[in-house]
Design a protein. Structure first.
Length: 70
């Protein structure tokens, strides 16, 4: 005896998944909507997103700090 699939399973097989209701994806720091990545520190606290943070190579960052101190 075979049981038929539930209606929503048949619909998903025929038409694909229904549109995903996009949750709030704004950055809690800068407020940018639909940011791609949110970054946290080692304690889980949000520090920013791909829009409001800058990625630095260590040498470049230290050089910039030295120039600012002069």
């Amino acid at each position: 005896m075979q049981l038929p699939d539930a209606p929503w399973i048949r619909e998903a097989e025929l038409y694909g998944e229904p549109p995903y209701d996009d949750p709030d994806t704004s950055c809690p720091v800068c407020g940018r909507e639909h940011c791609e990545t949110i970054y946290t520190d080692k304690f889980g606290e949000v520090v920013g997103c791909d829009e409001c943070l800058t990625r630095w190579e260590p040498e470049e960052w230290h050089e910039k700090q030295r120039r600012q101190e002069e």
